[in-house]
Design a protein around this ligand. Structure first.
Ligand SMILES: [Zn+2]
Length: 160
């Protein structure tokens, strides 16, 4: 990092429907971001206003609709978009990696190994020690090679 920044107050996001990959990546680094089919145009504005979220969009025409605070993304590429959000919002990457459900945005809870035996493939059960789950969509997570790939992709952003 080039310069020291004081930690920004917690920002929560509402991602425009066109930003699915960015939304997924923000959840991977632990950020609170809502995303879905209804979140575009006025639907996006309404949801962001209701929950005091910062809108992420590439839609410049949104400003004609008097939105709450908006961050306009310059790039079409999710990696550059993620870099811009991290820089512009002063996000600290690393502390909350993999703490949120990628599918539904819920904060994950840890699970004992014994309790997931029937829910994960035998190979995973025998090779992994740490498990987490999403109480909302019941998906189970464990640190695996895809975590490593994701960490490498984050490093490539030059933000760690
Ligand atoms: Zn979930």
């Amino acid at each position: 990092m080039a310069e020291l920044q004081s930690p920004a107050p917690e920002v929560r996001f509402a991602a425009d429907i066109m930003l699915g990959r960015l939304a997924k990546w923000l959840r991977i680094i632990g950020e609170d971001v809502i995303y879905g089919g209804h979140l575009t145009g006025y639907g996006l504005i309404r949801a962001a206003r209701l929950e005091k979220r910062l809108i992420l969009t590439r839609d410049r025409s949104l400003k004609n609709k008097q939105p709450p605070p908006v961050l306009y993304l310059r790039s079409d590429h999710h990696r550059e978009q993620l870099g811009q959000v991290i820089r512009d919002c002063g996000l600290v990457v690393g502390k909350r990696l993999f703490t949120r459900c990628i599918r539904c945005n819920t904060v994950l809870q840890s699970r004992t190994k014994e309790s997931v035996e029937k829910s994960v493939p035998p190979y995973v059960f025998s090779t992994q020690e740490k498990f987490f789950w999403c109480a909302a969509c019941r998906r189970i997570y464990w640190p695996a090679t895809h975590h490593q790939n994701m960490l490498e992709e984050i490093k490539e952003l030059g933000i760690e």
